[in-house]
Design a protein around this ligand. Structure first.
Ligand code: HEM
Length: 428
């Protein structure tokens, strides 16, 4: 993206690009220092099934970068398990403490049972009444931003939307939500290289402890919310274990907040940097629905997910051996030129647009409908209420090899005169 530095590639004959083996994908800094599109294009072309060595207890991992291979492995939860971790950090540590307790790191029949149970709270039909509330909240925050004119779009706008939706669904007290947003960011990524791994672990423990207390209370006094639904649910007559309830709450607050927030922020940057597409949106030349899908593809907030092979699996000219770690790079697959024509063009009319921002197959994002609602509400509010977006300083990138996003974005927004008139601010 244009907000990042180009890869060190000199003119032909002067500086050859460094070998792919020199890029350390376990290091968040790698993703700040290079142009990710140039890097992933090279992986797809030169080494689509790439062995990445490490100096961790796990000797290395596979890097899968083409759309076709990513989708095939996502689909195959018989030969590739999520139960030993589904992100690089836990896979390299050798396992995830939430294994078989949290949906995303459970496979087989238990995964299906818990997923079906949780889907009861997150299906489009059940969530339909929430949609209007997301649009209202988004419009209110954009209106406040327009009153201010100059602001930080992350902390003044985006940070307040998805957390309040998922917070309402889980009936999390309003006073606690700001803390949860901060813990979420610390758990999944860091604001900078100064934040330590210890902060990450402590934030995760804070969230778990928080939900352990809330779940105990809901079990005693159930209400009409998702925590109560988990705390009182039964599968084959048996209640979920305390750990299943707490880890799934943890996953909902994290999944429900961070990725949707990052997509909306990245969407605003994309419109600011692509005035032609902004015009198309404003003029109604492309719909909010297709713009939403393109924002999701373009921003791809979850850069990768991972699996561990259970048996030997041939992929192209390589064999992934039983026990080896495999990483699936959504941020490469969503720009694969074999699937997306002109992939580096932000094209809000793009159709078809079968991106993998929400993953694919049995673990396809449980909150995809809700994630789409958030991005859609933001795109719609910008289209109807804002006439101009000005980036007023470099966006502050998160320090992560998992979440692609921002912790700060100074912008200036100008109100759409028609919207101001409708709100009674302009007369005559
Ligand atoms: C799974 C991305 C919003 C909850 C996933 C996966 C991806 C993803 C890529 C697949 C993980 C894997 O295969 O291992 C996103 C993006 C979002 C978003 C980009 C917003 C733009 C949400 C929301 C919620 C949520 C709003 C909660 C309400 C979950 C859960 C899973 C999941 C519980 C695990 C599903 C399973 O294992 O069956 N998400 N997500 N996500 N997501 Fe999301």
């Amino acid at each position: 993206m244009t907000t990042q530095q180009p890869a060190p590639q000199g003119p032909a004959g002067t500086t050859a690009p460094p070998p792919l083996g020199t890029y350390d994908l376990t290091d968040p800094r790698t993703f700040l220092d290079v142009d990710p599109h140039a890097l992933w294009r090279r992986f797809r072309a030169e080494s689509p099934v790439h062995w990445h060595a490490t100096d961790t207890p796990v000797p290395g991992f596979w890097v899968i970068s083409t759309y076709a291979d990513v989708v095939t492995i996502y689909r195959d939860n018989k030969r590739f398990t999520s139960e030993q971790g589904n992100v690089l950090a836990t896979l390299l540590q050798g396992g995830d403490s939430a294994s078989r307790k949290m949906l995303a790191v459970t496979d087989g029949p238990r995964h299906r049972e818990i997923r079906n149970l949780m889907l009861k709270s997150f299906s489009p039909r059940v969530l339909e009444p929430v949609v209007a509330g997301v649009h209202r909240r988004t419009r209110e925050l954009v209106a406040q931003a327009l009153d201010r004119g100059e602001l930080d779009f992350v902390t003044d706008v985006a940070d307040h939307i998805p957390i309040n939706t998922i917070g309402d669904l889980m009936d999390v007290p309003a006073a606690d939500r700001e803390r949860l947003v901060e813990w979420n960011t610390q758990t999944l990524s860091r604001h900078s290289s100064e934040d330590s791994m210890l902060d990450e672990v402590m934030a995760r423990n804070e969230i778990l402890l928080y939900f352990s207390e809330l779940a105990a209370e809901r079990r005693r006094n159930p209400g009409d919310d998702v925590i109560s639904a988990l705390a009182t649910a039964t599968v084959d007559g048996e209640p979920l274990s305390e750990e299943e309830i707490v880890f799934n709450c943890y996953s909902l607050i994290l999944g429900g907040d961070e990725s949707s927030r990052m997509s909306s922020i990245g969407g605003l940057i994309a419109f600011a940097e692509n005035p032609g597409e902004w015009r198309k949106l404003k003029d109604g030349e492309a719909g909010v629905g297709s713009a939403t899908e393109e924002v999701l593809r373009w921003t791809t907030p979850a850069m990768h997910f991972g699996r561990r092979a259970l048996v030997d699996v041939p992929v192209r000219d390589q064999v992934i051996r039983a026990g080896e770690v495999v990483t699936l790079w959504n941020s490469s697959a969503n720009f694969d030129e074999d699937v997306f024509p002109d992939p580096y063009r932000f094209d809000i009319g793009r159709t078809p647009n079968k991106h993998v921002a929400f993953g694919h197959g049995p673990h396809f994002c449980l909150g995809a409908f809700l994630g789409r609602v958030h991005v859609n509400a933001m795109v719609d509010a910008l289209r109807t209420m804002v006439s101009g977006i000005r980036l007023q300083g470099p966006p502050q990138r998160l320090y992560s090899n998992f979440v692609h996003g921002y912790s700060g974005l100074p912008v200036g927004l100008t109100a759409e005169p028609a919207a101001e008139a409708a709100a009674g601010k302009v007369t005559g």
